[in-house]
Ligand binder design. Sequence first.
Ligand code: FAD
Length: 349
Amino acid sequence: MVPQKLLIVGSGITSAVCCSLISRDPSLSKVFDLVVWEKARGAGGRMSTTRSPKDQDNVADLGAQFITVSPVYAQKHSSIYEELLQSGKLEKLKGHLEGMKNLPEGTKHYVARNGTGSLVKKFLQDAENVAIDYNTHLSKLTIVDGRWRATTLDGREEIFENVLLTMPVPQALQLQGDVQQTLKEAGVHGNLDQVKYSSRYALGMFFSEGVSVPDFPWVAKFIYGHPVWRYASFDNRKRNQDGGPTAVVLHTDVAFGEKNVERSPEDLKEDLLSSARDLLPNLPETQDVKCQKWRYSQVVKSYPDSPGFVVGSTEPMLLLAGDGFTHSHFDGCVDSATKVVEFLKSKFC
Ligand SMILES: Cc1cc2nc3c(=O)[nH]c(=O)nc-3n(C[C@H](O)[C@H](O)[C@H](O)COP(=O)(O)OP(=O)(O)OC[C@H]3O[C@@H](n4cnc5c(N)ncnc54)[C@H](O)[C@@H]3O)c2cc1C
């Protein structure tokens, strides 16, 4: 049997878990040649870990912070958690987390010692024989002779039998070519249009190794009633790393993010830095500062009934998956990937 080409768009956690599950499945791995296109220069998406340009050892999670697991998900994804904990990719949070509310009893917080991006990389590494093209931005999908012709922003074209989109839903709805008409004919476009995300900015403050950074009684804290900030952490301490350089990460409140969503991170950076210094006085001089806009941060309204994924077309196959179809966290993305793989098995094996 000649394998079919499956293009997976995006290299966030949903894509990475899909790649891992397909590659580890003896029958599915024979069906598909996997190709990942990612518009950024590295993997991770909203679970990526950023390095200070001035110190490669100083890293910070500007997006996802914790793997917070309810007892239900701990049981449902027990084999994944066992593997991540045994391999040391995931550890129990040791420091004090202040102010996280409304969690089911028995919920546990885990952290990735090397940053949440290392989890995405782990799943991608599990998947042998996946071709990953970074800096490759899909802009158009056109149906040609019963297959998808995928075109990048810079005009490269390639033919695929199957396509799986894992980017935030509004970004899928910006694709050109035959995608929008196909989604309308499948009767899913209206529901996709209803999927909504919050917007936030993240600020990363990197300090040189050896510089004294004040102690606080928490490693991470949720903030309530502040006009700008919602969350602050000492990122290295949060990741159970006490030695080495320190990075402070702050996330803005959603209302602030939405009000300022059309501003550029460069334009906001100095204002945010000054506000961060008011919030956390006595921080030393920074080695470097990064400001990141998350236009599509977390899902506030998911696809009706949270199906995990939707079928945009069967011939040629077009699937849409990711947190927009479940919940905006690690377990939601694992659920989405698992449901995609179950569907592929039922269709192709
Ligand atoms: C500030 C913040 C804090 C969060 N905190 C937590 C937390 O503590 N715990 C938790 O579990 N979750 C948290 N989340 C949510 C979690 O990060 C997301 O649910 C998860 O990362 C979504 O993964 P994904 O693979 O579905 O999508 P994404 O990570 O968004 O991946 C999609 C990928 O597609 C790429 N892409 C988009 N368009 C194109 C295109 N046209 N061509 C090619 N590539 C494209 C993007 O660059 C991206 O890499 C947080 C998110 C944010 C932003």
